[in-house]
Design a protein. Structure first.
Length: 157
């Protein structure tokens, strides 16, 4: 009759393992929450890249179809038409304009989770601890009953 009682330790170990896996495992709530956060970061990055793409398309279209814009960019790069002359002002330095940004690389962060092996070790240790506590409790109960029985025999004489 005591065997089902000790099976509780096995059941508790399995329950602890299952609950730790659901919360902290590779497919658990913690990893899922981290992936949702990463998904939002990726969506924000995609929106920024779409905005940069629209700006670059506008620049390409203006360079292809607008002669004034093409002339302005050519002047910034130091080119001039035949009838233009450059006047160089000393001391101002060269101011280069970097208007276009290609965006930034956003690396995907791997979700942080507790390895399955660690969860198994924790559950096994918890199950063994519960089992040892139950054995100690039964041993103490046995000695208490034996001591009570032996002390009861001596008082009746």
């Amino acid at each position: 009759m005591k065997a089902p009682k000790y099976l509780f330790a096995v059941w508790a170990g399995v329950l602890i393992y299952a609950s730790l896996s659901v919360v902290f495992g590779a497919m658990g709530f913690s990893a899922h929450r981290q992936l949702e956060k990463e998904k939002k970061n990726q969506e924000i990055n995609i929106e920024n890249l779409k905005l940069i793409n629209r700006e670059l398309e506008d620049v390409v279209n203006s360079l292809l179809y607008d002669e004034d814009t093409l002339a302005m960019y050519a002047r910034e790069l130091g080119y001039a038409s035949e009838r233009e002359r450059f006047v160089r002002v000393v001391g101002l330095g060269i101011a280069k304009k970097n208007r276009l940004s290609p965006g930034s690389v956003l690396l995907i962060a791997e979700p942080q989770y507790t390895p399955d092996r660690t969860l198994r070790i924790i559950a096994l240790c918890a199950g063994i601890t519960i089992f040892i506590c139950m054995v100690i409790f039964d041993v103490l109960k046995f000695f208490r009953e034996r001591f009570a029985a032996s002390s009861g025999d001596t008082t009746s004489d």
